[in-house]
Write a protein that binds this ligand. Structure first.
Ligand code: AHR
Length: 496
């Protein structure tokens, strides 16, 4: 195949930081995410702490998950926290009406979630119930979690084995309240937010970062209304949700593992749409908050395909191909490049659900291509953002085109510069000549994720088919860096 060429200029000292919280994850009571994912049967022959599966925990610890959002999703607005505390045998059962209509036995509740976060070394991000819960219920949950007073609710926490406050900080005030969270209008939700947030109190050593339930994709009116009606001191962030649907249609979304180049192209086009969404939501926020005090929080993103054939459609179990890795790399580059406003994001949904990092089957576990992107990109967490100017060749399929290459760069605390690059073109390698301003370096090394076919996946029979490898396609050329990216690849370079 003929090679394409492009160029990048990377320059230092923007004064901005890529928040580690852009690399957050989401775990809902949905399908096999919590139950049979993190929280398994006592008899399963794997290493566990209580019922928490430790091979999954160890794998996730390696990629340094900064935060974990729970218990939903749509589930959050039908979840009543008191059902999930105290002796497991006494906990009431409910039907998970959003996801498969299965029985939820509440054996995984507040204490179990926070134990999991402790094991992962991650910050909890809890979404409270606005849709079907009361202001008092949310307020008491926060008191239960964070207060050290002598109130009755705090005594119950102590009786349940946690004398010290948990000190939860990230707090979602509802989820998708324009839809499954109560079908509210933006005006009505803004007023509700003000009520719920008023009683979501700070306790000593635990001040809340409250996050308003945000827009569905391009619902700009939602963001505008919230920014106008909610005092900015009352919210740390406003969220936004966007899923990449291969076909662009919620009915028939497209297969996770079997797709043509044309379908792949359309999927990537839909993935790149998140750049436009983030830019336009940020522009609205800039109008009301020019100092960028309120964060844009993309707390659900990822590819959503048809479920794996033969699985419960309400469980949203899907395989994860090299295409998913390119989506993850591209999306994280976009978030890095918008780190002045986007301060937090959560991929949906960690284990066995949607664009998962880990899949499990009985005692087996595999790491998906998406997992490896988070592994490669963890170097950007809390690193200084470097400005990037990119001149990319086009990737053209059947007369349609999009930029073949996307990239982002940062400098870590030790002074090492990392540049992450994605080549979306399935077949053509791209050679990029890179100019580095204000950056001293003498050596370059790198890591690559690619595979023979874009549809390649890791399976329980062949869990190591797609894996990270050393990358030797970058070289110093005088002051410049020259990089040749193979087709359908993600590369992270380290310069020091
Ligand atoms: O992630 C699956 C679902 O997608 C979540 O429960 C909901 O918030 C969104 O619509």
């Amino acid at each position: 195949f003929a090679q394409s060429t492009g160029s990048i200029t990377v320059s230092g000292n923007t004064g901005q930081t890529i928040s580690k919280h852009l690399y957050g994850q989401f775990a809902e009571h949905l399908g096999r995410g919590i139950y049979d994912g993190f929280w398994v049967d006592k008899s399963l022959p794997v290493k566990k702490q209580g019922r928490i599966r430790l091979d999954v925990v160890e794998a996730l610890k390696r990629i340094k998950i900064p935060n974990l959002r729970w218990p939903g999703g749509c589930f959050a607005d039908e979840y009543h926290w008191r059902d999930g505390i105290g002796p497991a045998a006494n906990r009431p059962r409910m039907v998970n009406s959003n996801w498969g209509g299965i029985t939820e036995d509440n054996s995984f509740g507040t204490h179990e979630f926070l134990e999991l976060c402790g094991l992962l070394g991650t910050e909890p991000y809890i979404a409270g119930n606005v849709g079907s819960g009361t202001v008092d219920e949310m307020s008491k949950w926060i008191e239960y979690l964070n207060s050290n007073s002598t109130s009755s609710v705090v005594q119950i926490r102590k009786q349940n084995g946690h004398p010290q406050p948990f000190k939860v900080s990230f707090w979602g005030v509802g989820n998708e309240n324009w839809g499954c969270g109560g079908n509210m209008t933006a005006d009505f939700y803004s007023d509700q937010y003000r009520r719920y947030a008023s009683f979501a109190k700070d306790y000593p050593g635990a001040s809340l970062k409250k996050i308003a339930s945000g827009a569905n994709a391009d619902d700009y009116n939602w963001t505008e209304t919230l920014m106008k009606k909610i005092p900015h001191g009352m919210m740390w962030g406003v969220s936004m949700h966007y899923y990449t649907i291969p076909t662009g249609h919620w009915g028939k979304k497209g297969s996770a593992t079997s797709f043509t180049e044309d379908e792949y192209f359309n999927t990537m086009k839909n993935c790149l749409k998140i750049e436009e969404l983030v830019t336009k939501h940020s522009a609205i926020m800039d109008k009301y908050d020019p100092e960028k005090k309120v964060a844009l929080v993309v707390d659900e993103w990822g590819i959503w395909t048809d479920p794996e054939p033969g699985t419960d459609p309400g469980f949203l179990y899907q395989q994860n191909s090299l295409r998913d890795a390119l989506i993850a790399g591209t999306t994280l580059n976009i978030f890095n490049n918008h780190c002045d406003r986007v301060k937090m994001a959560e991929l949906a949904q960690t284990v066995n659900v949607l664009q998962a990092l880990v899949l499990t089957e009985k005692d087996k576990m595999l790491l998906t291509p998406t997992y490896y992107i988070f592994d490669m990109y963890k170097v950007h967490q809390d690193a200084a953002y470097l400005n990037i100017k990119l001149n990319s060749p086009e990737y053209t399929v059947a007369g349609k085109s999009l930029p073949a290459v996307n990239a982002s760069a940062s400098r870590d605390a030790a002074g090492k510069v990392h540049i992450s690059l994605v080549n979306l073109d399935l077949s053509k390698p791209v050679t990029i000549s890179t100019q580095l301003k204000d950056i001293n370096w003498s050596k370059v090394s790198g890591t690559i994720l690619t595979s023979e076919n874009i549809t390649d996946i890791n399976t329980f029979k062949q869990p190591g088919k797609i894996h990270l490898a050393a990358f030797n396609g970058a070289k110093k050329d005088g002051d410049k860096l020259s990089v040749t990216l193979p087709g359908k690849s993600v590369v992270t370079l380290e310069l020091n």
